[in-house]
Design a protein around this ligand. Structure first.
Ligand SMILES: *Cc1c(COP(=O)(O)O)cnc(C)c1O
Length: 421
């Protein structure tokens, strides 16, 4: 559910009309709905009601400071995967004891920054990383709370680029090696074992892989406790999918996911952490673009937009579908055209959709990409020297630019030419 609807024939973000924002910030831009973000966080929080739990929003989905602050004020913890995200969380006022540090290649510098600033736990992903963290913690005179991310070898049945729980992925320690890894971790002077971590992938549309993975985690909890480890936290990762196509089957609801958590690990007396990203931010954002030209090719009709793959890379990178709708509501029964919807970048991969049936568009019309709040702005680049597009947050009838569009001068000023040229 989101808060992007037509009122009086014009698409709105909550109570603010999209053309009004476009007139203020120009196109293209991202717009987020505060009410949707809040609702999605609450849905997860309620799905785990009755369990001792912390919802750690996976910041990599959308790490804008305003988004992080809004969720933090609702009580969210954060799952970070870099020192940059850690520092964003801190800048947004998230206390260290609510920040979990994930990721397969944390550097010593990143470990130091998090240990000095305060951290809830590191999720370790390899034996060499474990040894490095122990050394860094010891050198700072502290003990780092850790879990080990285990790779349960289950097939998440999602796009191969976002599946992370199979034994041939780079993530985690094979679950068969977990007891040895825990024994080694417990022996390190700079580390304290607090739990187990697992994350099997993103955009999951089926609960069965979760059930399979969490059953293995429950079994491992019992073995590790028998080995004498204190397992008091289970970090169950993120990855619950969202509906990208309104016409398609709906992915499982957080409530049903919560039931799987309860049934598999609910009786272990552990604090439960979950790390949803996409489900919180995905349907809380639109990308708005303007039609530059309608071009008739030899066989196909192209809608050429002012947004491109550098602004929203998911279609090019994951063959992802985004619903694309006109900002001006078409009259009922309006004639449909078939369009290839593309950006101006010099690559055929710069295609958002092929043969999409939509009401007829003309130059200057505004279009909205739905479900663009997660893995949209954060994955943008300045490819083709196109400045990053702005982000706007709406809350009821007010809106604010939460990241401004850099000017061309600002973009150029980041390069320097050596004086010997
Ligand atoms: C990407 C990631 C998440 C979030 O995944 P979503 O699909 O956005 O929910 C959570 N935890 C870890 C470790 C991740 O890498």
């Amino acid at each position: 559910m989101d808060h992007f609807n037509y009122h009086g024939g014009i698409l709105h973000a909550e109570d603010v009309s999209i053309p009004e924002i476009a007139a203020t910030v120009g196109t293209p831009f991202y717009v987020y709905s505060a009410a949707t973000l809040r609702r999605h966080f609450q849905v997860f929080d309620e799905a785990l009601a009755g369990l001792d739990h912390l919802v750690c929003y996976a910041m990599k989905a959308n790490s804008n400071l305003a988004v992080v602050k809004l969720l933090g004020e609702m009580g969210a913890g954060m799952d970070v995967v870099s020192a940059g995200e850690y520092l964003r969380a801190k800048a947004a006022g998230i206390p260290g004891e609510r920040i979990v540090f994930s990721g397969v290649g944390k550097t010593r510098e990143e470990m130091r920054i998090a240990l000095e600033g305060g951290i809830r736990q590191f999720n370790l992903e390899s034996e060499p990383e474990m040894l490095a963290l122990s050394q860094v913690a010891t050198s700072l005179g502290v003990v780092a709370p850790v879990t080990i991310r285990v790779n349960p070898d289950v097939d998440a049945k999602t796009h191969e680029k976002i599946a992370t729980g199979k034994s041939d992925n780079k993530f985690g320690i094979p679950i068969g090696r977990a007891r040895a890894a825990y024994a080694e971790t417990a022996a390190q002077p700079g580390l304290k074992v607090v739990g187990i971590d697992v994350h099997i992938g993103s955009q999951l549309t089926d609960l069965a892989p979760y059930r399979a993975a969490y059953e293995k985690v429950a079994e491992l909890t019992r073995s590790l406790r028998a080995d004498g480890h204190e397992i008091s936290r289970l970090d169950l990762g993120g990855g619950l999918g969202i509906p990208y196509e309104q016409s398609n089957a709906v992915p499982p609801l957080p409530m049903d996911y919560g039931a799987v958590v309860r049934e598999t690990v609910g009786d272990l007396g552990c604090e439960i952490e979950i790390e949803p990203g996409r489900l919180i931010a995905g349907n809380a954002g639109l990308m708005i673009a303007r039609v530059i030209y309608v071009k008739q090719g030899a066989e196909r009709k192209f809608l050429i937009l002012d947004a491109a793959m550098n602004d929203l890379v998911r279609p090019a990178m994951y063959e992802a579908h985004h619903d694309i709708v006109p900002v001006a509501e078409p009259p009922a029964g309006a004639a449909q055209e078939r369009y290839d919807i593309v950006g101006p970048v010099c690559e055929s991969g710069d295609t958002f959709a092929k043969g999409r049936s939509l009401p007829a568009f003309a130059a200057d019309d505004l279009v909205a990409f739905r479900s663009a709040g997660a893995y949209g702005a954060v994955m943008a680049s300045e490819y083709n020297s196109r400045p990053l597009i702005p982000e706007v947050l709406v809350d009821g009838d007010r809106f604010a630019v939460v990241r401004a569009r850099p000017s061309y001068e600002e973009m150029l000023a980041r390069d320097t030419v050596p004086d010997w040229l």
